[in-house]
Design a protein around this ligand. Sequence first.
Ligand SMILES: [Fe+2]
Length: 363
Amino acid sequence: MSLRSVSPQNPKLERPHSHLTHGLLSVILLLCSVLFGVPVYSQSQPTATAPAITVTPGTQTFVVWGDIRFTDPAQCDTSDPDVRQTIVQAIAAVDPRPDFAILTGDVVYHGHDKSDWDIFDKQTKPLRDAKIKIFPVIGNHDVDGGSGRPDFFKHFGDFKNYPQLEKNFWYSMIYGDSLFLMLDSQLDYRADSPQGSWLRNMLKGVPDDLEFLFIVLHHPVMSHASTGLGRMRVCKGQKTTFIAPHGVDQNEKNLKLMLEEFSQSHPLTRLLVFSGHNHNYERYVEKRITYVVSGGGGATPYLVKRDPGDAYHDSGPTFHYCKISMDDKGLAFAMFKLNPEDGSWKQGDSFQLPRLSRALSQR
Ligand SMILES: [Fe+2]
């Protein structure tokens, strides 16, 4: 299957003017390509720098999860094999069926290791069976010193028409009246870098009335999981393992400033940033931007010393996935948390973001 539009499952959910906005967005992105030299093509054409993919909303639902680290189940001190499989099965059973699932990176433990990818192929079968497409960003474990990039590229067959992603895994996605910018956080965003130049030009091309802009990258732009080195009991309490949560890198601190500038100039656009890398869940709202760290897909949990600004307060591990539903009113977000002891689920966090642009135009 190529990178095609997802067929609408429920035509009633298709809003008439979402096509218009989508059309306008496509035209503006195309103009952007002409004016700023950004190669933007239809989804069937490969580009020199960044593919632009179109996904037609069907159920208007998508899922976000990450930091799974598929690997040998015997290595339960790096990733819990039962947890990651339970989460995959839960995503495959989400109702209504998600139009797609976003992976925030660190898909496998060693990106260069064929056996890790064999386990990925085997354990993600429920998603393929449910016909849920995966749109990933690449993480540090996927890159694995650089040698893992070609394997990462190969294992997402929908990208086969975009060979440039083998080296530079960034791309954009249009989904109704939403735009996704999927970044490669192994590379930087400086203005003179290829990705930085592309990102700035894409942001410049965003229309004032875009409803939702999603930025997705592996490394967090906001996180407070860095509590120093420590150890965690894993493997059903039979072992301990070393953990070293991550702070926010300078690259992402610079990106944050860029996003704040964008948000200030686009008061009608809801901006959400999804990342992973820290193996837990965090949510912040700062300067109108929502930041979600979703890194609880199975990798050894990191503990978070909750910042007062974190909308989520649970201590301990947070194995989870996020479900985002969109309709005429706006966006509804829910995080579902797995209890690894008994396999039960509960809603761990939720919030809603009403549309701003359309609400204003309807006054
Ligand atoms: Fe990571």
